[in-house]
Design a protein around this ligand. Structure first.
Ligand code: NAG
Ligand code: NAG
Ligand code: NAG
Ligand code: NAG
Ligand code: NAG
Ligand code: NAG
Length: 657
């Protein structure tokens, strides 16, 4: 450890003082360095842990140290030389993703018997499982669930709610659905049957009916309870940092260690929605305004960049420090940290949800709202979207044309068109005439891919093979307009009309982007590379993308129930919301061939094998762990926990063998 520190910190510091380059090698090599140090620490940790548990053999420590020093030897020159590296970060990230997958499988899929699952639950969460856990386990096993042990998302989502009394949780559920202005609607389960509550908004009935369809599969095993669902895409509940920290420490102290079943008179605890809607509300309407400071920064500790920001950020310059905590050079190395707004104050101007959301009604009070997705810092409880469950937009390729529709086959990866493809609407946020569309991720993506000019602000920095030293890669700046002649083909367009705009922003966007007619969703499968940009909330199309043979690239502010099940760089390709690594990532997979603006001939072989590997692993994994059955299993377990949390007797409840 000490040796590593001496080797790196000294040249590292020298470099920090002198670096002025946009993507200095340092950012990739120090990131790699910290990654390697973490790797070593992690190795030590797991080894000790395994040694203590006396389980199977792991690669020897000496071997790990040798691997580490080989990396160090490879890296050392790149610390001295700016902008150049000797390996591609994506190779390293893909390698690391494999290891993460094995670790994940190792702790998420272990239990084969109920007794093991109970033991795993107890040792992971220090609680007894909720009543009904045996039925849940049976249900999951009957449906061949692979992921049987790892549900940290559910645990973390519900933990803060332990600070509210059961009666308070039930009252707040009623209170939220009783005022239609809140755009929150309810579902009740009585005697094992789920029903949409009376006062639901007609426009959103399909959504709650989809949820009921999912509930129908297992509601017979649930006690009486009510649920409040967010009808909007945007998240709803963001607790101030100081409040959340307090509630988390209180909550963690209140373990569940009981062993009785659910109370029998639960139905009396829930009140029916009133015939006359109530008008009071705790939610505030923050639509059409910049929401970052109030709804993202306030959830961060006072020492973070999001809270400490003094000078206004430049909107047009890339903030490298804002990305460095989750990046290896230009590439996303930590997808979960990338969702945290606290080190990324520049996001205030880089996503429609922060710039100017369309329907954003939120509260700083801890309230149990079930949402399909949430941005970093929010406390909405995640559940599997009924959009996916009822296939509002599904993966349905066809090999032969029928009913006048052409065929939309999902051909093997190699036979697909090597174009980067996206279709969508300007629905990420509302641009009311102040030009805020220029910051939105979708608009930036379409501009980069379709309307890049040769001007300086459109220049793209790509990590490419060094023209003199074929064993090195150098961050190289190229005019944005030259990329398609180098073989980086894109087809990224807005369809039909510019929506969610006002004033001059409607016409300006029409002129900027031009519009095309919408295409059948199934036509995606003819392309190798698909882009997923989340827009106003959860992504309706990411699961179909994963199921296909195409390779999905994903840039997103929002996270969903399945996030911990997906390994970036193994199941999909993550993109930073700043999109500064987009061209580099695309070039790595698609390769390059042609002459750049200076007339220099450039060639880089496509990494087709790597692209296909990720496309296929995502496809295989989605068939195993992201099926409709997996949505049911997740939801079932979530609701057993919710039922315990809202039971007056909750401290005595639990399942024991
Ligand atoms: C699981 O399958 C068995 C055998 O078919 C059945 O008896 C049992 O009721 C099922 N359990 C659940 C929870 O669906
Ligand atoms: C929320 O605020 C926006 C912007 O002020 C306004 O246009 C919209 O009508 C409000 N929505 C509701 C439901 O009050
Ligand atoms: C991301 O960072 C978190 C928190 O630092 C860490 O627990 C996790 O292992 C990291 N994941 C990756 C892929 O590096
Ligand atoms: C469609 O064609 C692909 C190969 O192009 C094949 O793998 C797939 O099984 C076919 N599907 C059907 C329903 O025939
Ligand atoms: C690939 O797709 C692009 C954009 O949709 C299209 O212009 C091009 O002709 C296609 N290429 C092939 C070989 O089909
Ligand atoms: C952007 O590209 C689209 C598609 O090629 C085109 O219709 C539009 O006019 C372009 N906008 C500008 C400002 O050149």
């Amino acid at each position: 450890m000490t040796l590593t520190a001496i080797l790196f910190i000294v040249p590292g510091l020298r470099f920090i003082w002198t670096s002025r380059r946009p993507y200095p090698a340092l950012s990739s090599s120090t990131m790699t360095l910290s990654f390697l140090v973490v790797y070593l620490a992690w190795s030590l940790h797991t080894r000790t842990k395994r040694a203590m548990n006396n389980t199977e053999q792991t690669p020897s420590l000496t071997r790990r140290i040798i691997i580490l020093f080989v990396f160090i030897a490879l890296l050392y020159p790149s610390l001295i030389k700016t902008n150049t590296v000797h390996f591609h970060p994506i190779d390293l990230l893909m390698f690391d993703a494999q290891n993460r997958y094995l670790t994940y499988i190792d702790h998420a899929t272990k239990s084969t018997t109920l007794a093991e699952a109970v033991l795993h639950y107890q040792s992971t969460y220090q609680d007894t499982p909720p009543p009904g856990f045996d039925v849940w386990f049976d249900y999951a096993r009957n449906r061949s669930a692979i992921v049987i042990d790892e549900f940290n998302q559910i645990y973390n989502d519900l933990l803060p709610f332990r600070t509210l009394k059961p009666a308070e949780l039930r009252y707040q559920t009623w209170n939220m659905v009783s005022n239609p202005w809140n755009e929150i609607s309810g579902i009740s389960i009585r005697n094992g049957v789920a029903k949409v509550q009376e006062n639901v908004l007609p426009t959103h009935r399909w959504m709650l009916e989809g949820i009921v369809k999912m509930l129908d599969k297992f509601s017979v095993h649930l006690p009486d309870l009510d649920l409040a669902f967010n009808l909007n895409d945007e998240s709803r509940v963001a607790i101030r940092y100081e409040d959340l920290r307090m509630s988390q420490s209180t909550a963690a102290a209140q373990g569940f260690r009981g062993s009785s079943g659910f109370s029998t008179s639960r139905a009396n605890g829930w009140t029916d929605v009133p015939a006359e809607p109530i008008t009071e509300t705790e939610f505030e309407n923050w639509s059409f305004r910049n929401t970052f400071n109030e709804w993202a920064a306030l959830t961060c500790s006072p020492s973070t960049a999001a809270r400490r920001r003094v000078a206004p950020m430049s909107k047009s310059q890339l903030c490298i420090e804002c990305a460095s905590d989750h990046s290896l050079g230009q590439f996303v190395s930590n997808w979960s940290v990338a969702a945290d707004p606290c080190h990324q104050p520049d996001l205030a101007h880089l996503h429609g949800f922060y710039l100017s959301p369309a329907a954003f009604k939120a509260t700083h009070q801890l309230r149990p709202v079930f949402s399909q997705s949430r941005a970093g810092g929010f406390n909405d409880i995640l559940y599997p979207s009924s959009w996916n469950y009822i296939d509002k937009v599904g993966y349905a390729p066809t090999n032969n044309s029928e009913d006048g529709r052409p065929a939309y086959p999902d051909t093997p990866f190699k036979e697909k068109n090597a174009t980067l493809y996206w279709r969508g609407a300007t629905s990420e946020g509302v641009s009311t005439g102040t030009g805020s569309w220029r910051g939105m991720a979708r608009q930036r993506m379409v501009h980069m891919a379709t309307n890049s000019t040769s001007s300086q602000h459109d220049a793209a920095t790509l990590l490419l093979p060094n023209v003199r030293h074929s064993d090195r890669l150098t961050y190289t700046s190229l005019p944005g307009s030259s990329l398609s002649s180098l073989g980086l083909k894109t087809d990224v367009r807005f369809v039909n009309e510019i929506v969610r705009c006002g004033g001059k922003d409607c016409d300006e966007q029409t002129v900027e982007f031009g519009l095309t007619s919408s295409a059948d969703f199934q036509s995606h499968w003819q392309y190798k590379y698909l882009v997923d940009l989340d827009g106003a909330g959860f992504s309706g199309r990411f699961l179909p993308f994963l199921q296909s043979r195409s390779l999905p690239f994903k840039a997103a502010l929002f996270r969903e129930w399945y996030d911990s099940r997906l390994i970036p760089w193994l199941h999909f390709v993550p993109l930073d919301l700043r999109l500064h690594g987009m061209w580099s990532t695309f070039a790595y997979f698609a390769g390059m061939q042609g002459r750049d603006s200076t007339g220099r001939s450039r060639y880089w072989k496509a990494h087709d094998r790597e692209a296909e590997l990720i496309a296929e692993s995502g496809r295989e994994w989605s068939k195993k762990a992201l099926r409709k059955e997996d949505m049911e299993i997740y939801f079932f377990r979530l609701l057993l926990e919710w039922a315990r949390l809202t039971d007056d007797n909750r401290d005595e409840l639990g399942f024991t063998l």
